[in-house]
Structures are given as C-alpha cells and as structure tokens.
Design a protein around this ligand. Sequence first.
Ligand code: ZN
Length: 347
Amino acid sequence: MNRDAGKVITVRGLIEPTALGKVLMHEHVHADVFDPATNMPIETEEPTRPQRREFLLREALPWLTKLNDFGCHALVEASPPPTRAWPTMLQELSQRSGTHLIQSTGFYREVELGHYWATKPEYQIWPYVRRASVEELADFCTREILEGIHGTDVRAGVIKLAASAPTMTEAEDKAFRAGARAQLATGVHITTHCTSRGAESSQLKLLEIEGVDLRRVVIGHSAWHLIDRVWCAICLDWMKRGANFMPTNLFFFDPAERANHDRRYWQPLVDGIHRVFDAGHGDKLVLGLDSGFGSEEKTFKFLGFNAPPPWCHMFTHTLPNFRAMGLSADQENAMIRINPQRILPVC
Ligand SMILES: [Zn+2]
C-alpha cells in the first residue's frame, strides 16, 4: 500500500484533504521563465535570491494570506521546473500565510518558435526534455514526488504536463509518457496545459495508452472547450471515462481595460457548466485562475494576462459574478471544494 494514500502532498508535508478547504487548482506563485541577466530562458533552478524573496513576501504573501478569509486554504502551484520557485521558498510562503501549496514536478510545453521567449529552437522547451530518455524523465518526476526536490524535504504533489496543439511534438510526447509513468509510480494526479480544442483528446489518449486512470487527470485551460456545445459534448465523452476538466483564466477585467470580459463574455461558460452538471458529470469540474507572478514578459511581475487581486479574484469577482449568472451554490461548492478534495489526495 502507498504510504501517502489518502493524503495530499504539500510543501509542508502530508495533510488530510479536508484541511484544504476550497482549492484553486492551477496558479503560479512563481513562474520565472526568463533571465534578464543572460537574456535567455532559465535552464537551471537555483535557490531564491534575497531580492526575489523580498518581492514575493511583499507582493504574494498578503494575497496568499487573504485567501484564508474566503475559506480557501490551498492552491496548486502549476509551474513546472525550471520555472517554479525553489521549494523552501514556497515552504516559507506556506508557513507564513497558512495556505497550503502543492508544488509541481513535470514539464512545460514546446513553445511555438517566435512566441514569448522562444526566439531560437533551443529555447522552445527545457533542453533537459529533449536530451533525456522517457525513463530518465519519469525517474526525475518520481524522485521529486517520493524523495523531495533538490535535496530538500519538500516533495512535489502533482505532475504538470503541457501541450498546446492537438498533435504533440516529439518532446511533448516524451514528456507525457514520462509523466504517465511517474503518475503510475506515485499516485499523484496529473494536471495539464491544454489551450486548444482537440488537444484534450490527444493528451487523454496518450495517458490512457500508458495505463493512467483518467480519473487522475485534470485537463487544464479548458474554458474554451466547455463554452462551445460541440466541444463540450466531446469533453463529456471523456468525462464518462473519468477525465476531469478545468476552466481557467476566469477574469473579470476592469471594463476600461478589457470591455469584453464581463458577464456577457462568460455566460456561455456558465451555460456549459450547467450542461455538464445536467449530464451528471459535475463531479469532473474544478477551477483555476492561472493567476500569479512570473517573467513571461521578461520582467518578473504580476502576470500580464491576470486581473487583480492575485488569486483572491476568484472569490471577489469570478464566483460572485458566476452566481449572479445562474451558477448554484451546490455547483460552486462541487467545483471549488468537493472535487479538488477528491482529486488531490494520493491514490
Ligand atoms: Zn498556468
């Protein structure tokens, strides 16, 4: 029997799922992709520098602490290596805020050439993913979950895997196979980056071939899937086989800034969520904001696609608006509390 069974692996150790309260299932406390000193993507993880620690204590800690006021005591830090925070930094933030943090192992996607920081082919994906074999990548993730990250006692509690297009690149295919094997070896869940319609099926097919129970998979960034009737039906077929889906980036922007992200913009998603609940699969939905801090735009700062406040936006803006748009209290409770508390424990 797995020694972690039934418990959630957080940066402060194993906890009971009920201690999570409400949970944000895809956030970024620290997604540092770009090193301005070398003008290159970061390749090697290093202990947090004092300046960065001060930044996080000043900008992130108050909002992580504030989450507790909303009954939210946990978030999944979905930044994989080498972009994630040094594990003891997350441990300190968790200790001081009281909010449980679940750190990721795994791999980010191969970014399209010319997008973001991928100005050269060697910058498109973490070079280690191209270099290592599937077995080596699987061992890397498994060790981080079972033993700890970088010699610390902080263990990863989730496997992040990522691909954008419906057809994976060779490196992404390797990363998914490795992540699947680490999932089977450890029992933690897999959370994915899946921005394109069609990518959900290639990701789930591959994980299923590798033997992963699809109940242990959350397909992320899938608001665009659920908004559309045809794609929502495709997702429902996967939900029947166990897979979970996670709409993210559910921001209500200041109308002066982005007028289309208002209730009219999100109503089709709330309608899609109703379709899923009506079909009897409301137990397969969780929510994330994809909020936080990173250097996607070179400088490390509040991520540009976010609306403030960090993380708490879910409770100050998103859910109150969704409720006014017809989401029921039971539906909200299922997506933000009950379903995460079922998915996060090791099994
Ligand atoms: Zn993200």
